[in-house]
Write a protein that binds this ligand. Sequence first.
Ligand code: SF4
Length: 270
Amino acid sequence: MSIFKPETKKQTGNEPAQAAVAAVLDAAILKRQAEQQKRDYLGASRWGETCERRLRYEYEHTPEDEGSGFSPEVLRIFDMGHDGEARMADYIRKAGFDLLTEKSDGHQFGFRAADGRLGGHIDGIIAGGPTITGVEYPLLWENKALNDRSWNDTKNKGVKASKPVYYAQMQVYCAYLDIPSGGMFTALNRDTGEVLVELVPFDALAAQEASDRAVRVIDASSPSDLSRIGKDRTDFRCKFCSFKGPCWGDVSTQAQPSQAIKATKPFWLK
Ligand code: SF4
């Protein structure tokens, strides 16, 4: 007889109270999200999204399909990414790079265009640093925190192929903030602690394409003026879109709970 029996978790009687606390935490983060001030511009972080109609829904703040929207877990993953940015900035500075993340007035670097309807804020600019062959300053700095699968995909394929939305975002920032030497993409692997560094050259064509797309989106008179990326609502590119209802003309259709849960996780967190 084995003396190593698998531990089974003992019931303590506290389970209902624990579940109630977790529910309060979930409700609080969802409330914070609902109260967050909505952008009055189309942010450059989204210009690489290839469905122009979806961008227009986002720009207009069209209500998302019932049951979609980010779950508390996903919102916390976003928070981890934001929190990790300051830590990564610290690593970079300690390595001798002159990383600027805010202006003298404490605001982030960024830009606005088209009467304020387009805009964006960058993670930072690396103004200088160690002399390393192949590294030219200044560099736009873009940082992400990724799970192991996503991190490895980015490492293997490169930012352009693996994360085209981030790639477009970097190109747009380089163009609008006049950084012709390109950018440095860093990604922290949330599971292993590894850091991925990729030097991303400036790609004027990609910047122009993304910028043209953004202008089409804000100048359209309604989402239906813009093309859909999917052939129908079951198209794989629509899977994680929260606007299937208005897009495919069935606003009154109730989303099934099981579909709704799946739709809460964006592709880059899978
Ligand atoms: S459902 Fe598909 S086609 Fe419609 S807005 Fe969303 S991604 Fe675009």
